[in-house]
Design a protein around this ligand. Structure first.
Ligand SMILES: Cc1ncc(COP(=O)(O)O)c(C=O)c1O
Length: 399
């Protein structure tokens, strides 16, 4: 029986939500429907808020340590949902996935070193690397016949030429929502191992698999992956609790793990705040049905968007994701430059979508739409988009 309602429109004003308060900063205006930053507009599983409220009712909020129950909840979740075995010693708390990438960049590379990324990809992959005085080496994804794939020949070439010390893999890949297959990741791992390159695998979207697909953790892709891999995971996207900042890392290879975890520990980077672990434990232990229902709702929103665009705005092509609630929209058939696409979205449709070029120059002609919102909000946004496209491009409305 369905227990949760995702149709409720929740007023997020007054909560300092980045999605709302960031509109002026990022888009220069606030008269926009916010369908950009990657959190959900849905109420979280009530068992999570109950666990947090219960703890907050105690009058003392002193120093706390993550409990054995917390670690076990992560171990059990990975085994149950992904058939992925992880031990307590292989796990480490990190204060956010982006911070996890930043910590790995700082520990494993030196200023001037190269770090490899595969654009179009989540913006901080580049900004963290460049912001720490390292250089980005790019191995862009290949886009052919309406689908993206990884360029393994390109990867070999960039590795040989730029000698990156680290690669940041997005698995599943944001934007686009691709779950990389086992063979591709095993080959990538072999290339990395031969080159002595560490692979940081950001798997924050890994719990959000669609169409009954299985998530494939990078570390499950054979001995090379285990030798070079650092996996980053979190309950934040999964259960819509990014505000609690509760992420974790898995390193299987003790030669990488021991010194890295020691460095994290002495600097207290791996020391969680109390509510992070309480929220994560409650989410992993009690949130599974909420997640399954939420994924069904998101899947229906994706189907709805694809069908709507095909019928009403066929010039806007939606790339069907294999994971997560972010849709990569291809506007290139409108023959507009990126500024015109963003003007169409912002000025005409009053929609805040992420500009595709945020993810790299390869994102020109695209924008990212967050469909983790009630259906009525999404439907109204798509109507606005249709009206804006038809008003801007009269030929389009004649179809
Ligand atoms: C691929 C990816 N990594 C990391 C993050 C952010 O993670 P955190 O808030 O834990 O830093 C996001 C959020 O959109 C993401 O899409």
């Amino acid at each position: 029986m369905q227990r949760y309602n995702f149709d409720n429109v929740i007023d997020r004003s007054g909560t300092d939500a980045v999605k709302l308060v960031g509109l002026d900063r990022v888009f220069g205006r606030h008269d926009l429907t916010p369908l950009w930053i990657a959190d959900l507009d849905f109420a979280v599983c009530p068992d999570i808020t109950a666990a947090l409220s219960h703890r907050l009712q105690h009058p003392v909020l002193g120093y706390s340590e993550p409990s054995d129950r917390y670690w076990q909840s992560i171990i059990d979740w990975n085994l149950r949902r992904h058939n992925f075995g992880v031990s307590r010693e292989e796990l480490c708390f990190i204060p956010g996935v982006v911070k996890g990438i930043a910590l790995a960049v700082n520990y494993f590379t030196r200023p001037g070193d190269c770090v490899l990324i595969q654009p179009p990809v989540y913006t901080p992959f580049r900004t963290v690397v460049e912001g720490n005085g390292r250089e980005v080496a790019e191995n862009p994804l290949i886009f052919e016949d309406g689908a993206y794939r990884m360029d393994l020949d390109g990867l070999r070439q960039v590795v040989a030429e730029r000698k990156p010390r680290m690669m940041v893999l997005c698995n599943p890949h944001n934007p686009i929502g691709i779950q990389w297959d086992r063979d591709t990741m095993a080959e990538l791992a072999a290339i990395a191992r031969e080159a002595g390159m560490v692979v940081v695998s950001d798997e924050i979207h890994g719990d959000l698999m669609l169409d009954g697909r299985a998530h494939i953790p990078f570390l499950s892709c054979g001995p090379d992956a285990r030798a070079v891999g650092i996996m980053l995971g979190a309950p934040s996207k999964t259960f819509n609790i990014p505000g609690l900042v509760s992420s974790w890392m898995v390193v299987k290879n003790p030669e990488l793990r021991k010194p890295f975890y020691h460095w994290l520990e002495v600097n207290e980077f791996s020391a969680p705040v109390m509510i992070s672990t309480i929220g994560a434990e409650a989410a992993y232990n009690t949130g599974e049905q909420w997640l399954d229902e939420m994924l069904e709702y998101v899947q229906a929103n994706i189907d709805f968007t694809i069908d709507y665009c095909a019928r009403n705005i066929p010039e806007v092509k939606v790339i069907r994701p294999q994971a997560s609630f972010l849709l990569w929209l291809d506007f290139r058939r409108l023959h507009m430059c990126q500024r015109e696409i963003m003007d169409l979205l912002l000025d005409k449709a009053h929609l805040a979508l992420n500009d595709g070029t945020m993810f790299g120059s390869q994102g020109a002609g695209f924008a990212r739409l967050n469909v983790g919102t009630p259906r009525c909000v999404l439907a109204a946004a798509l109507d606005s988009l249709r009206n804006a496209v038809h008003a801007t491009c009269p030929k389009c409305s004649q179809q």
